[in-house]
Ligand binder design. Structure first.
Ligand code: F6P
Length: 375
C-alpha cells in the first residue's frame, strides 16, 4: 500500500494555457480515484519556501480547466537550491534553502510533489528527487523546445493566437499596401514562427535555425510587388539572427534559470527594410504576451488533463523522479535525470533544445509554397 495521503502541486516558469487543465487532472484523479488531499503552492517554488499554499478540492478547481494562465500563480526566478537572499544592508547572497521547503512539506503533511514547468523548474524537481522527495514533473512550454516530449500544452493555444493575429494584421497590410513585421516568441527555436507563420499565410518566416540575409527578404517583397501583391507579412522569431550576426537581447535577469530575455529583432528587421525600401510603409507588431494567454485549445486541455492523471498514477505506483511526456499519441514517462541539466550552472536541457530542422518536412513544404526564410 502506497503511503501517499497528500499531494502538493506547483507551477513554475512562464504561464501558458493548459496549466489549469493539468492542475484539474491531478486534483480530480487524486481525490476521485485515490481519496487523497491536494494542496497547491502559490507562485511556484517561492510558495514552497514560504509555505504559501491553498487547499485544492473539487470545488476549488471547478470551472478553471479551460482558462489561460495558472490559478496557482507562477514565478520564473526562484531556485531553492541557489536562492537569492537580501540582508538588511541590501547585500545579496545565494543560499541552498531546499531543506526549508522539505521541512514545510513535512509540517503540512505533504508526501509528494507534482511540479509543472520548463527546464529550470524541472531541474529543481530533479534536485528534490535526488534528496529523496517523491516528485513527478510535468513539462510545460509554449516554445515546443523541450526535446524529451513530442508536444506539451500551451504550444497549440499560442499557435492559435498567432494565426488569429496574422489574420487580423492581413487586413491592414492589404488595405494600406504595407509590409507588416510580426515578432513572435520561441526563445532559441523557431517552432512558433514556423507553424504560426505557415498557418497565418506569412510570406517570409525568420527563425533562429536559418540565419537571414536582409537583401533576400527585400527581394521577396519586390517579387510580390512585381506580381501585383503590394503587401507582405513577415513573421520573425524572437531568436532569429542575420547571417554572421547576433541575437537581440531585451534584458538579462541574473537570478533566473533562463537569464537571457529575447525581444526586439522585429524592430531591427523593420528598420532595415524601411531603409532599403524607402517608398514602402513598413510596420512592426510584437505579439509578446498576447500569444501566451487566452482560452486553452481542446488539445491543450486534453493533454493537460492526461498529464495530470498520469503524474498521479506515477506517484501512486512509487515511480518518482520521472517526468510525464507525450510520445506519438501516448503518455509515457522518462527519468528527470535524463531530461534536464540546467540548474545553477546554466547549461541547457540534456541534448540541447529541440530545434526546427532547416531541411525537414515543414520547412521544405513551406519553401515549396513560396515562403521565404530569408536564406
Ligand atoms: O518560454 C516561454 C516564453 O514565453 C518564451 O517564448 C519567451 O522568450 C519567454 O518565455 C518570456 O519570458 P518572460 O515572461 O520572463 O518575459
Amino acid at each position: 500500500m502506497n503511503s501517499i495521503k497528500k499531494i502538493g502541486i506547483l507551477t513554475g516558469g512562464g504561464d501558458c494555457s493548459g496549466l489549469n487543465a493539468v492542475i484539474t487532472g491531478i486534483t480530480k484523479t487524486a481525490i476521485t480515484t485515490y481519496g487523497l488531499e491536494v494542496v497547491g503552492y502559490r507562485r511556484g517554488y517561492f510558495g514552497l519556501y514560504h509555505n504559501d499554499h491553498q487547499v485544492l478540492d473539487l470545488k476549488a478547481i471547478s470551472g478553471t480547466m479551460h482558462e489561460g494562465g495558472t490559478m496557482l500563480k507562477s514565478s520564473n526566478k526562484d531556485n531553492l537550491f541557489n536562492f537569492r537572499m537580501v540582508d538588511e544592508n541590501g547585500q545579496v547572497t545565494y543560499k541552498d534553502v531546499s531543506d526549508v521547503a522539505i521541512e514545510n512539506m513535512r509540517k503540512l503533511g505533504v508526501d509528494a510533489l507534482v511540479v509543472i514547468g520548463g527546464d529550470g523548474t524541472l531541474t529543481s524537481a530533479r534536485d528534490f528527487a535526488r534528496k529523496g522527495v517523491p516528485v513527478v514533473g510535468v513539462p510545460k512550454t509554449i516554445d515546443n523546445d523541450l526535446p524529451a516530449t513530442d508536444m506539451t500544452f500551451g504550444y497549440s493555444t499560442s499557435l492559435e493566437n498567432i494565426v488569429d493575429a496574422l489574420d487580423k494584421i492581413h487586413t491592414t497590410a492589404y488595405s494600406h499596401d504595407r509590409v507588416m513585421v510580426v515578432e513572435v516568441m520561441g526563445r532559441h527555436t523557431g517552432w512558433l514562427a514556423l507553424e504560426g507563420g505557415t498557418g497565418g499565410s506569412a510570406d517570409v518566416i525568420l527563425i533562429p535555425e536559418i540565419p537571414y540575409d536582409i537583401h533576400k527578404i527585400v527581394q521577396k517583397i519586390n517579387e510580390r510587388k512585381a506580381m501585383g501583391k503590394e503587401f507582405s507579412i513577415i513573421v520573425v522569431s524572437e531568436g532569429a539572427k542575420p547571417v554572421g550576426g547576433e541575437i537581440v537581447v531585451r534584458e538579462t535577469v541574473e537570478d533566473s534559470a533562463d537569464k537571457v530575455r529575447l525581444g526586439g529583432v522585429g524592430d531591427v528587421v523593420t528598420r532595415q527594410i524601411a531603409k532599403l525600401l524607402p517608398e514602402t510603409e513598413v510596420r512592426y507588431t510584437n505579439l509578446a504576451y498576447i500569444q501566451r494567454g487566452g482560452i486553452a485549445t481542446q488539445f491543450d486541455r486534453n493533454i493537460g488533463l492526461r498529464f495530470g492523471y498520469h503524474a498521479v498514477e506515477l506517484l501512486m505506483r512509487g515511480d518518482s523522479g520521472k517526468m510525464v511526456r507525450y510520445e506519438g499519441r501516448t503518455i509515457t514517462s522518462i527519468d528527470l535525470e535524463d531530461v534536464v541539466g540546467r540548474g545553477a550552472t546554466g547549461e541547457t536541457s540534456k541534448g540541447g533544445a529541440k530545434h526546427v530542422d532547416p531541411k525537414g518536412q515543414i520547412v521544405t513544404a513551406a519553401k515549396a509554397l513560396g515562403i521565404s526564410f530569408g536564406d
